[in-house]
Design a protein around this ligand. Structure first.
Ligand SMILES: NC(=O)c1ccc[n+]([C@@H]2O[C@H](COP(=O)([O-])OP(=O)(O)OC[C@H]3O[C@@H](n4cnc5c(N)ncnc54)[C@H](OP(=O)(O)O)[C@@H]3O)[C@@H](O)[C@H]2O)c1
Length: 331
C-alpha cells in the first residue's frame, strides 16, 4: 500500500459548509499516525457512530476525521514488531472517530497499544457483530462479577434489550449462567429476545415506580437507557446486587434517592468502554472468544451494509428503531 494511493473512507467534516459525513477518497498519509496499518474488512454501527456521523451528538473532538469507532482487519504494515503483516486484529473505542481517524475506511492506522489480536474463537466479522456493543456488555458483566454478582442474587435485567448492547447482553449474560429479564419497548420482539436467552420479556412500563425502593425483583442488571428506567432498576435491585450503567438512549438524567445504596448495599457501576485499560480489554475479548461468546450472533446481526449504507442506518438508530446489530462490510 503506497502512502499516496487513494482509498475510500466515510469522513466527517464540520466547517463553514456545515456538519456533514460522506464517502471520499483519501490517502494513508492523511490518517492519524499509528504504528500499525490495517486493511479493514469489517466495522459496525453503534449509537455513538450515529451521533458522530450526523452531528446530533458532540463526539468528534477535531475535524475532519474518518468515522467508525470499531474496526477489524489484517495488518499490512507495522513498525511495532509485536504485529506482523497478515495478523488479524481488532480495535474498539480508543479514540477512534473521536480524537483520531476511525474504522469506516479501507485502510486504518492504529496505535499498536490499542490493537487487539483477534481472539482464536472469533472471525473478523463476528468480532464486529460484537464490536463496541459486545465489548460493553461483557465489560459490564466483568465489572458485576468482580463486585461479587452471582446468579443467586436473582435475574439480571437488561434495558433497551433489542438494541446492539442490549441484544448482546441478553445472550452473554445467559451464556454466563444468569437468568435474564429483557426490558423492551418493542412488543413484537418477544420471540427474538427469548431466542437470545431471556426467560422473561417485559415492557418498559414494567419498571415504572414512584417510590425510592420497591420489592427487590432483580439481582442487578445493565441499563442502556438512563433516566427513570435506571432509577427504577436501582429501586428494585436485591441486596448487594450490581447495576451497570452503560447508556442514555432515553435520558442522561438520574433523579433518585440514596436509599438503594444505604439500605440494600446496591452498587451502581459505570461502564466506559472507550477508555478501558489495555489489560482489561484483553480479558474482555478473551471471554468474548471463549466462555462468553454469544450463541446467537447470526440472529443478532440483523443487517449488513457497505460504507454507502451508513447514513440510512444512522437515521434509523437515532429514531430509536434499532434492532440487533448492523455490521459494515468494507470491500
Ligand atoms: N458506556 C459505553 O461504553 C457505551 C458503549 C456502547 C453504547 N453505549 C450507549 O448505550 C446505549 C445503547 O447503545 P446501542 O449501540 O445498543 O444503541 P441502539 O442499538 O440504538 O439501542 C438502544 C435501545 O434503547 C431502547 N431505547 C431507544 N430509545 C429509547 C427511549 N426513548 N426510551 C427507552 N428506551 C429506548 C431501544 O430498545 P427497546 O426498543 O428494546 O426498548 C433501542 O433499541 C446508547 O445510549 C449508547 O450511547 C455506551
Amino acid at each position: 500500500m503506497s502512502a499516496h494511493a487513494p482509498f475510500t473512507a466515510f469522513r466527517i467534516h464540520n466547517d463553514d459548509a456545515g456538519y456533514r459525513g460522506g464517502l471520499e477518497q483519501i490517502a494513508l498519509d492523511q490518517l492519524s499516525p499509528g504504528e500499525v496499518v490495517v486493511r479493514a474488512r469489517w466495522s459496525s454501527v453503534n449509537y455513538k457512530d450515529a451521533l458522530a456521523g450526523t452531528g446530533q451528538g458532540k463526539i468528534l473532538r477535531r475535524f475532519p476525521l474518518v468515522g467508525g469507532i470499531d474496526v477489524a482487519g489484517e495488518v499490512v504494515a507495522s513498525t511495532d514488531p509485536a504485529f506482523r503483516e497478515g495478523d488479524a486484529v481488532l480495535a474498539t473505542g480508543c479514540g477512534l472517530s473521536e480524537t483520531r481517524d476511525g474504522g469506516y475506511s479501507q485502510y486504518v492506522r492504529l496505535e499498536s497499544k490499542w490493537a487487539i489480536p483477534l481472539p482464536a474463537g472469533l472471525s473478523l466479522r463476528e468480532a464486529m457483530v460484537l464490536g463496541t456493543a459486545g465489548f460493553t456488555a461483557a465489560l459490564a458483566l466483568l465489572r458485576m462479577k468482580d463486585n461479587r454478582q452471582t446468579p443467586d442474587h436473582g435475574p439480571l435485567a437488561v434495558t433497551g434489550a433489542t438494541g446492539g448492547v442490549g441484544s448482546l447482553a441478553v445472550d452473554i449474560f445467559s451464556r454466563a449462567g444468569f437468568e435474564v429479564h429483557a426490558i423492551s419497548g418493542k412488543t413484537e420482539a418477544k420471540d427474538y429476545l427469548t431466542t437470545l436467552g431471556a426467560s422473561q420479556v417485559l415492557g418498559r412500563d414494567a419498571l415504572a415506580t414512584t417510590r425510592p425502593m420497591e420489592s427487590a425483583r432483580f439481582g442487578g442488571g445493565l441499563d442502556n437507557v438512563g433516566g427513570a428506567m435506571l432509577t427504577s432498576l436501582l429501586a428494585q435491585t436485591a441486596p448487594y446486587g450490581n447495576v451497570a450503567s452503560a447508556g442514555l438512549a432515553a435520558s442522561a438524567q438520574l433523579d433518585m434517592t440514596v436509599m438503594p445504596f444505604i439500605i440494600r448495599g446496591v452498587s451502581l457501576l459505570g461502564v466506559a468502554s472507550a477508555g478501558t485499560a489495555r489489560d482489561i480489554r484483553g480479558q474482555v475479548w478473551q471471554h468474548l472468544g471463549e466462555d462468553w461468546k454469544p450463541r446467537h450472533l447470526d440472529t443478532i446481526c440483523t443487517r449488513e451494509v457497505g460504507l454507502d449504507g451508513l447514513p440510512e442506518v444512522f437515521a434509523t438508530m437515532l429514531a430509536g428503531g434499532s434492532f440487533g446489530r448492523t455490521v459494515v462490510r468494507i470491500d
